[in-house]
Design a protein around this ligand. Sequence first.
Ligand code: SF4
Length: 179
Amino acid sequence: MNTKKITVATAWLDGCSGCHMSFLDLDQQLFDLIAQIDIVYSPLVDAKELPAMVDVGILEGSISSEDDLDKARLFRQHCKLLISLGDCAITGNVPALRNQFKLADVLNRAYYETATVQAQIPTRGVPALRVPVKPIHGEVVVDVFIPGCPPRAGAIGYVLTELLAGRVPDPSSVTRFGA
Ligand code: SF4
């Protein structure tokens, strides 16, 4: 097995963080992996600046806002291999449900019709929403897809283990959509 550590960056775009929680569910295997990988940027660690080049980028969630699009492009630019983690990243899944409606109707529903206090649509300090919501590969090239909502921890461990071994992983052999 290749003994060189690989650098890994992760981020969640429009997701619920469940895919990242599944990553943490690797439990004991996570300790084994940490000996072989460096997590250089992630909500899970303190480092918040994406290095110039990273071996593996992992993105959870769909592209629903301008910030999501910027982050996806940043990861594509700085990561040698980009992984879409979970059904929201791969199909749009839950966030893409709003594609069935006009954005104005969605905002009215969320911020006026169901508001009990201070009914108003926030405009400051929040990224502009995009129409339509897209999967990651709808905007940037993705190399590996790990389906599931969330993907099982074992599937994430399998992919990282294969990469460490210098092989191209085939996650379809260990997981499926909605698994
Ligand atoms: S795929 Fe499921 S677990 Fe992952 S971010 Fe989307 S809703 Fe959450």
